[in-house]
Design a protein around this ligand. Structure first.
Ligand SMILES: C[S@@+](CC[C@H](N)C(=O)[O-])C[C@H]1O[C@@H](n2cnc3c(N)ncnc32)[C@H](O)[C@@H]1O
Length: 186
């Protein structure tokens, strides 16, 4: 799905290249349930729901303008398999087991969200997180080790866009994104 097709209205959005890698690491094939925490514009939820039509997606967002944009994007892309929850994570997240969990935003609740994920992720499920700040990634890595996530992979995705400058061209860099991927078990 193309970034320019999503309505945004200044709500922060996960860009297509980061979305592609994050969704790949969620390993959604044959999964039944997926939770997207801090859904923003809904781009991760909508792409996952679109690419895996049998997947039931739960998207949670606390920001009113984000919620409005997610509703508009769901209507624009004719997406029906998303339950949109308005509220603060983790308190407002429906209490059930999820096959995959994505954390795109956590505010000051990173630790409680990771504890929720640890208790509500299927034992064979994938947890994927995006960070801009190194400090938040380091904090998450420490908490995930305490919560007995046995394997975690951390990568940085740095994408640069082709831009014209005068008569020439250059690659204008986007902010790099840290993608963390953690599982329990083997
Ligand atoms: C970087 S944006 C996520 C972008 C999103 N993945 C997308 O593709 O549009 C982070 C979002 O997390 C939301 N957020 C942060 N902490 C939250 C929390 N504790 N509960 C619910 N939403 C939260 C913010 O309001 C913001 O919209």
């Amino acid at each position: 799905m193309r970034d320019e097709d999503f309505l945004r209205n200044k709500v922060p959005m996960t860009k297509s290249e980061v979305r592609a890698v994050s969704i790949d690491k969620l390993q959604l094939l044959n999964k039944k349930t997926f939770l997207d925490i801090g859904a923003g514009t809904g781009s991760i939820s909508i792409q996952a729901a679109h690419d895996f039509p049998d997947l039931q997606v739960t998207a949670i967002e606390r920001n009113a303008s984000g919620l409005e944009i997610i509703k508009q994007n769901m209507a624009k892309f004719c997406i029906k398999n998303i339950d949109l929850i308005a509220g603060n994570a983790p308190e407002a997240i429906p209490d059930k087991i999820y096959d995959a969990i994505f954390v795109g935003g956590s505010g000051s609740n990173l630790e409680s969200i990771l504890r929720f994920a640890s208790e509500h992720l299927n034992s064979a499920g994938s947890l994927v997180l995006n960070f801009i700040l190194l400090e938040n990634a380091l904090k998450a890595q420490k908490i995930l080790a305490e919560l007995q996530f046995t394997k975690s992979e951390i990568i940085e995705v740095a994408v640069s866009q082709w831009h014209q400058l005068g008569k020439g061209h250059y690659f204008k860099p986007n902010n790099p994104t840290i993608i963390m991927n953690a599982i329990k078990g083997e």
